[in-house]
Design a protein around this ligand. Structure first.
Ligand SMILES: Cc1cc2nc3c(=O)[nH]c(=O)nc-3n(C[C@H](O)[C@H](O)[C@H](O)COP(=O)(O)O)c2cc1C
Length: 409
């Protein structure tokens, strides 16, 4: 697992970086991090991953197993998928939601399990806006049609900053008026209160990937001429109002994250400079961590603009952290433990989020801790696993070729 491509800065140099407590063989990745009064056992974050497996927005046994295995696998923070603040804010009929009290009850079972496994339960709240009413990814997010209506899945009209369809074939969304915008802010507030009631400790506001908040931010989707459109400050208004409103109801001792698409629009309709401005404004409103992703307004970004190399979005997290003075979370093709460690040691991010690699190996944190020389790496696992595995280690130490001997294990 050890990679020769990445080098860890020697502990002496790392001590001078603006990082938090370093423990456990100087691995920052496996040092606890304090976010307000909440302490995560390490800096590995399971990134939100939509499952398209909900019915009426409800989480099911699938979600318990899917998220539960990341918590038992040793991650510090486990994010549920993007969870819609209202029914029409779902992308597909299979998307998760937290817009009724029944959702709250169903999520409690999941948050209890994540917490009991030593991880922090986190939720990403979202609203698809004009990207609503489509099929799952394996249909290439095909907009629903009257054909789908015959199968019980009628299309519905999304909402947005302006009446511009997300893509050819998609319904033109309703452009929200001032009163509707105020209402939508309250909808986010209600969802945050429900999320809190459901037992989540961290709330992330999804402001990326071309969804509603991002649609207001982007000049490609927002051609308004009122107080929510025009220059960047007006386009940021919805993002900042929602952040301020959620921060006011989310407990002061718990953190709020915000996910940005740090660059978007081929040709730079939204630049990293814009993201630094937005992140500084978010920090002023009490947002604790900015997660740096990219793209989404007109689909995935061109590979020539954002090449998908390991850690391709880390420079965004680094600049946001350095210039906006807010903690950042790096995400995107980070799979090697030494690479993850290096990002933290170099002060380029405060947290490391993984998505697809966790699907390959939900115990990635255990293997990463082992590779980084963290002595008690097995303690990331539940005791019912750790006890046996530690015993196996001891036996291996005594008898390296245990497999060839008749040893009672
Ligand atoms: C199955 C799947 C579902 C995803 N769903 C979400 C989501 O709900 N919200 C979000 O912000 N990003 C979502 N993403 C993006 C990931 O969180 C992550 O940013 C991206 O996959 C890059 O990280 P990776 O290279 O570690 O996979 C999803 C990715 C995958 C693979």
């Amino acid at each position: 697992m050890k990679s020769s491509n990445f080098s860890i800065i020697p502990p002496a140099a790392a001590e001078s970086l603006p990082s938090q407590t370093q423990e456990q063989n100087h691995s920052l990745l496996f040092s606890p991090i304090k976010l307000r009064e909440l302490t995560s056992r390490n800096r590995v974050v399971v990134s939100p991953m939509c499952q398209y497996a909900s019915v009426d927005g409800m989480p099911s046994d699938w979600h318990l197993v899917h998220l539960g295995k990341f918590a038992t696998g040793g991650a510090g923070i486990v994010f549920c998928e993007e969870t819609a603040v209202e029914a029409r804010g779902r992308k597909t009929y299979g998307c998760a939601g937290i817009y009724t009290d029944e959702h709250v009850l169903a999520y409690r079972r999941i948050t209890d399990f994540i917490r009991a496994s030593g991880a922090i339960p986190a939720i990403q709240l979202g609203h698809a806006g004009r990207k609503a009413s489509c099929g799952p990814p394996w249909t290439n997010f095909q907009p629903l049609t009257e054909e789908d209506a015959k199968n019980g899945m009628p299309p519905w009209r999304g909402i947005s900053a302006s009446a511009i369809a997300a893509k050819p074939g998609a319904l033109v969304p309703e452009s929200l008026d001032a009163r509707q915008i105020e209402q939508i802010v309250q909808t986010w507030r209600t969802a945050a209160l429900r999320a809190l009631d459901a037992g989540f400790d961290i709330c992330e506001i999804h402001g990326a990937h071309g969804y509603l908040i991002h649609q207001f931010l982007s000049p490609l989707a927002n051609i308004r001429t009122d107080a929510w459109g025009g220059d960047i400050h007006r386009r940021m208004r919805l993002a900042l109002d929602i952040s301020e409103t959620i921060r006011a109801v989310w407990p002061q001792d718990k953190p709020v994250f915000f996910r940005v698409s740090a660059v978007d629009g081929d040709g730079g309709a939204w630049s990293l400079d814009d993201t630094v401005i937005l992140s500084a404004c978010l920090r002023e409103r009490g947002i604790d961590v900015v997660t740096c992703s990219s793209g989404g307004i007109n689909g995935p970004l061109n590979m020539a603009v954002v090449p998908r190399t390991p850690g391709y979005q880390v420079p965004y997290a680094a600049r946001v952290r350095r210039e906006a003075g807010v903690q950042s979370c790096a995400v995107g093709l980070i799979t090697d433990p030494f690479h993850a460690e290096e990002i933290l040691q170099q002060g380029n991010a405060d947290l490391i989020a993984l998505a697809r690699e966790m699907l390959v190996d939900p115990n990635w944190p255990v293997r990463a801790a082992q590779a980084l020389g963290v002595s008690d790496y097995l303690d990331l696992l539940p005791n019912g696993y750790a006890w046996w595995l530690k015993r196996r280690e001891q036996i291996r130490e005594i008898s390296p070729d245990v497999s060839n001997k008749n040893v009672n294990i």
